[in-house]
Design a binder for this molecule. Structure first.
Ligand code: MG
Length: 380
């Protein structure tokens, strides 16, 4: 723990800040009581710390396998109150501890002395450099957490959402041998929907293995793995017979015409994941896919995710909210939006063994929001 405190980096100076007041906030008591407000800040202050998530199981996608995920944990402090944020950076998305350190070191929040000006502050952060979406999300989430704490309300309430409307979350079963897949299904009896990674030679074998263990609804994520649209359509008809409820990113993100054809003919909804990142992409995938998978790490955080959700609804598209392997910090931030989505895939914190936070819980398979201010997390 001393090591992690030493590694916490404050923007601007890049100096370690062990010994400064408020240093205990990330793994200590929340520092947000009225009595701490005597610590007058000139402006907002940001600090960040690299961290590696340890995965419980090797995570296999159509393209790669890994056992750890690098993340950056952030804090924004204002008048003795601390908001928490996170950037999750699976390697295939191109961000890393190094890129996030470089980007976050360029963020100067001390020029802002009103945290409620989310639009101004987060537009400034977004315009500092292109890309860096996860690093930007780590600032966005911390700022939302801070503002919610100042208001004394969780974001699902600020947005006007009913916490009883949260969906069940899917639980992801990675690509593996039939025996291992069966074992993973047996270990997840509390989940009311399972997500299956497809896109290899053994797709039907994977589904048959799971169906030999459970009849719960399944969704599939092909991660761009099918390249022939007629084969994809035949497969989707087969999947419909097996109780699959939607198909995520069946074809390469560049196969726009084939994908529009597939969606038009598909008996199941198709969901864009790799094919979209940010708000302007929602219009681009409209008419090509049935719906979108919003992830905070792709779209720079809660502010833009909320806008994407609203726009997709206006366009009569399906919406799911997803995540990377993340701590309870980023997952709890995403969960604030979940009462308004069709499907949630918020199992990221369940896949790791070293979560430093406690927040949104999955109870009996359902996303369960906590009536605590901000994004509703605490350090453990
Ligand atoms: Mg996906």
């Amino acid at each position: 723990m001393k090591q992690t405190r030493r590694n916490f980096i404050r923007t601007g100076s890049l100096t370690a800040i062990a010994g400064l007041s408020g240093i205990n906030t990330i793994f200590g008591a929340m520092n947000n009581s009225a009595s701490t407000r005597k610590f007058k800040n000139k402006g907002l202050s940001l600090r960040f710390k690299p961290y590696d998530l340890q995965l419980k199981h090797t995570f296999t996608l159509a393209g790669s396998s890994r056992t750890t995920t690098p993340v950056m944990l952030t804090e924004i402090m204002y008048e003795g109150i601390t908001g928490y944020g996170e950037a999750s950076m699976p390697p295939y998305l191109g961000e890393s501890h190094e890129t996030a350190t470089r980007f976050l070191s360029s963020v100067n929040l001390e020029q802002f002395n009103d945290p409620f000006q989310l639009e101004t502050i987060l537009s400034y952060v977004d315009n500092l450099a292109p890309g860096n979406c996860a690093a930007k999300a780590s600032v966005d989430i911390a700022l939302h957490d801070l503002v919610g704490k100042i208001m004394g309300q969780p974001w699902y309430k600020i947005w006007g959402y009913d916490p009883a409307q949260t969906p069940n979350t899917s639980f992801t079963i990675g690509i593996d041998t039939a025996e291992v897949v069966k074992q993973k299904v047996r270990e997840a009896p509390q989940f009311k929907i399972l997500k299956v990674k497809l896109g290899r030679e053994n797709d039907k074998e994977m589904i048959e293995a799971i169906r030999s263990e459970t009849n719960v609804p399944l969704c599939v994520d092909v991660n761009q793995g099918w390249t022939d649209r007629q084969m994809a359509l035949d497969m989707i008809y087969w999947l419909k017979e097996k109780g699959i409820v939607f198909v995520e990113q069946p074809m390469p993100k560049t196969a726009i015409d084939d994908m529009a054809w597939l969606t038009q003919h598909s008996p199941l909804p198709t969901i864009a994941d790799e094919a979209l990142q940010r708000l302007p992409d929602v219009k681009k995938v409209h008419g090509v896919y049935s719906g979108i998978n919003i992830k905070l790490m792709k779209c720079t955080g809660m502010r833009e995710a909320h806008k994407m959700l609203t726009l997709a609804r206006a366009l009569d598209m399906k919406v799911m909210i997803g995540c990377m392997t993340e701590t309870s910090c980023a997952v709890s931030a995403a969960a604030q939006l979940s009462p308004m989505v069709d499907w949630a895939d918020l199992d990221g914190s369940l896949l790791i063994s070293n979560d430093p936070y406690k927040g949104m819980e999955v109870i009996d398979g359902k996303v369960t929001l906590i009536d605590k201010p901000g994004i509703g997390i605490r350090t453990i």
